[in-house]
Ligand binder design. Structure first.
Ligand SMILES: Nc1ncnc2c1ncn2[C@@H]1O[C@H](COP(=O)(O)OP(=O)(O)OP(=O)(O)O)[C@@H](O)[C@H]1O
Ligand SMILES: [Mg+2]
Length: 337
């Protein structure tokens, strides 16, 4: 390296300074830096790869756990509960899956209960018929009256079996999603009169008085068969679970949007704790007492399904020992979903 030598204040250059330094040591340092640098970079990369593998494993493991539980559910072990709380996201996924599995389990339980109830209900009349038929077969020279009496009992059991099957079929039909209602414009006052006329003979047997009160003429868009079934079940119950010489009041009213049918009775009433369950299939309040009266516990389930199919609502109000009121609210104009 060279540099001119001047005296301050003068323009002339007095001499030249020459300096020379060897760059070997710098090159050596650079070599060292290059080799050590690549080792450090290599180590850092290996370290980062290891960290990445562990991190990925930590992220993927909860997902594997979730997948394994879902596999278990598909394989039929549905009691597993997921607790994958590693990350907020996996926590919310596992909570959602638990909720879904809870719902599936509920559906599965109710399906099992339904099948076992159906089998039981269908078996009971069969068992009675078998006992009756066997006792006729085992004894010889029975008087004709005995035959007639036993055959009469067998015929009653056949009727019972028939009713259960018909009820079950109407329930299953109404359960189907997208069921088609046969909607027509119907005079509801006339419809109620017809239903009550059909049930009067049963009421007369218990000397129960049925009174109908219409506040206004009502015409609505309904499926006549299905809604008649619902109202008939309500009035039939009001007579069945009534005292001798009791009364049943049926009233019809409407506003600009809905019509309202109220079925009120002076009967035995429904205990508070059972009121929420009366619409469940096969639910009967007092099994022994209800068995005497006869029935399967499907009537109100059918009634509710029919009302819901019309986008309506059904409610029960009751005081034990005093009586029961069922109210039904149905839109005047049917709107398909
Ligand atoms: N008006 C009522 N008063 C008192 N209890 C009632 C009344 N209506 C229904 N219940 C109770 O609710 C239960 C369920 O009624 P639901 O009509 O579904 O079945 P059910 O009458 O026993 O049999 P069915 O299938 O023949 O109608 C009845 O067993 C009865 O205990
Ligand atoms: Mg009933």
């Amino acid at each position: 390296m060279t540099a001119p030598i001047t005296i301050p204040g003068e323009d002339q250059i007095r001499g030249v300074m020459l300096a020379s330094v060897s760059t070997d040591s710098i090159e050596d340092s650079l070599d060292v830096l290059y080799t050590q640098g690549s080792v450090i970079i290599g180590l850092v990369m290996i370290f980062l790869t290891i960290v990445a593998v562990f991190a990925a494993d930590r992220v993927v493991r909860p997902l594997h756990q979730i997948a394994a539980t879902i596999e278990n559910v598909s394989a039929g072990y549905s009691d597993d509960v997921l607790h994958v709380d590693t990350f907020t996201e996996t926590k919310s996924i596992s909570e959602a899956i638990n909720k879904m599995m809870g719902r599936l389990k509920l559906l599965d339980d109710s399906r099992e209960e339904f099948v076992s109830n159906v089998s039981h209900e269908l078996k009971t009349p069969m068992t009675s018929m078998k006992v009756l038929a066997d006792s006729l077969l085992e004894q010889e020279n029975l008087p004709v009256e005995m035959y007639q009496e036993f055959m009469g009992d067998i015929a009653k059991e056949i009727d019972r079996e028939n009713k259960i099957i018909t009820d079950l079929l109407s329930l299953v039909k109404m359960d189907k999603k997208g069921q088609t209602l046969n909607i027509e414009s119907i005079n509801i006052n006339e419809l109620l009169e017809q239903i009550l006329k059909r049930l009067k003979p049963i009421a007369e047997k218990k000397n129960v008085e049925i009174v109908m009160e219409s506040f206004r003429p009502v015409t609505a868009e309904i499926d006549e068969t299905k809604l008649s079934l619902a109202i008939s079940n309500l009035v039939e119950n009001a007579v069945k679970y009534n005292h001798d010489n009791g009364w049943v009041h049926v009233s019809l009213n409407a506003d600009h949007k809905f019509f309202y049918v109220k079925v009120e009775d002076s009967g035995i009433g429904i205990p508070k704790e059972d009121q929420a369950h009366v619409f469940e299939r096969f639910f009967r309040v007092d099994k022994s007492h209800s068995r005497e009266i006869g029935g399967t516990g499907l009537g109100l389930a059918i009634a509710r399904n029919a009302v819901i199919a019309h986008r309506g609502a059904i409610k029960v109000y009751s005081e034990e020992g005093e009586g029961t009121t069922f109210t039904v609210r149905i839109p005047l104009i049917y709107t398909a979903s």
